[in-house]
Design a protein around this ligand. Structure first.
Ligand code: NAD
Length: 357
């Protein structure tokens, strides 16, 4: 298969971790007979320095016309004082909007070998955590009306939280399809005891669950979910939720692993085009020193193969290679444990690529 990937290395450790993900993709290409063609585009601070904007219009077009987009990270202290309209993050929001990315997939995976890096006790994390949050990304209270007005001598602020049936149905479908590709369990998270948007959410999810009889479906209230993620995270497979609940719960879930450098993510559109990136930032404190953990980016590339290119076997091979390298005791500094071998960013990429065979 031939695929065109627009690559956005970005700032800080971005170029270092992207280099390792591309190394691993090339290895997959050789092994399985695929050709991945990369077009590199500046994004964030490096683009501000060169062009005065965090991404050029031409760069944005190259994202839209690609089969998929792979991103490193943007930002850093050098650009902290830029005016709001040209800040590095502005480019990310712009790409998300231009590509119509409405579904954010955030796996939380605690590899059993890294159980000691979790802030949770060993008896709670058991053989490792493997759950995935599907968050609606373009609706709800973040995109409803916002106003602050004076009433009866005091300020009153209002944020509106709209959701339409079609918005709920399309994210629900992504969640059921994702559950079908995993352990076939889906928990839908809402606040249906209070909110109308949640009652509509539940109604649409129940309707969809009839189309997916193989998926074991349940409703969970958001406050209970926040507790269960700490008390018994291994009960979950896929969780689906609206924008704000997903924002909060996915950050809570990411902390269960204790290692931000390991966490991938995917943002999907209605078609197969998606944007794939590690959840961490540009880590300016370790940039340019070959110290970063590239595994979150390598696992993001695996998600790209699985969700945009329908290459499940190839994605499995990358995930198994990461698992094997951890089993052999190799660690970057952020996940270093006693008795393990410390490796650099590029050595970690080499090890994963070599493991693919
Ligand atoms: P950060 O995620 O960059 O770093 C937080 C801590 O985690 C740092 O100590 C860093 O060294 C460490 N870390 C992060 N990724 C790592 C990796 N792969 N390997 C080893 N250690 C790693 O968060 P921050 O310091 O709050 O933000 C730095 C910059 O990144 C800011 O400009 C921020 O705006 C930006 N940022 C960008 C994104 C993005 O591009 N999606 C996301 C978050 C923050």
């Amino acid at each position: 298969m031939e695929k065109n990937i627009t690559v956005l290395p970005g700032d800080g450790i971005g170029p270092e971790i992207i280099r390792e993900a591309v190394k691993v993709l090339d290895r997959i290409g050789e092994k399985f007979g695929h050709s991945f063609h990369y077009t590199y585009v500046d994004i964030g601070g490096c683009s501000i320095d060169k062009y005065g904007v965090p991404i050029t219009e031409e760069g944005m077009e190259l994202c839209k016309s690609a089969d998929s987009v792979l991103l490193g990270a943007v930002g850093g202290p050098k650009w902290d004082d830029c005016p709001a309209e040209i800040r590095p993050e502005k480019a990310l929001l712009g790409v998300r909007k231009a590509l119509g990315l409405f579904a954010n997939l955030r796996p939380t995976r605690l590899f059993p070998q890294l159980a000691d890096t979790s802030p949770l006790k060993r008896e709670i994390v058991g053989d490792g955590i493997d759950l995935l949050i599907v968050r609606e990304l373009t609706g709800g209270v973040y995109f409803g009306g916002h106003s602050t007005e004076e009433k009866d001598g005091e300020l009153v602020a209002t944020d509106i939280m709209p959701y339409s049936e079609h918005e709920i149905e399309r994210i629900g479908r992504v969640a059921f399809e994702t559950a079908m590709k995993r352990r076939k369990r889906l928990a839908s998270v809402d606040k249906a005891n209070v909110l109308d948007t949640s009652r509509l959410w539940r109604k649409v999810m129940h309707r969809l669950s009839e189309e997916y009889p193989e998926v074991e479906y349940s409703d969970v209230l958001v406050d209970n979910t926040a507790m269960q993620l700490i008390k018994n995270p291994t009960q979950f497979d896929v969780l689906v939720t609206e924008n704000m609940f997903g924002d909060i719960l996915s950050d809570e879930a990411s902390m269960l692993t204790g290692s931000i450098g390991m966490m991938p993510s995917a943002s999907l559109s209605e078609g197969t085009l998606g944007m794939y990136e590690p959840i961490h930032g540009s880590a300016p404190d370790i940039a340019g020193q070959n110290l970063a953990n590239p595994l979150g980016t390598i696992l993001s590339a695996a998600m790209m193969l699985r969700y945009s290119f329908d290459m499940a076997k190839e994605a499995d091979v990358i995930e198994e290679a990461v698992n094997a390298v951890l089993d052999q005791g190799y660690r970057t500094g952020d996940i270093l444990q006693e008795g393990c071998k410390k490796v650099s960013c590029s050595e970690m990429g080499d090890l994963v690529a070599a493991q693919i065979g």
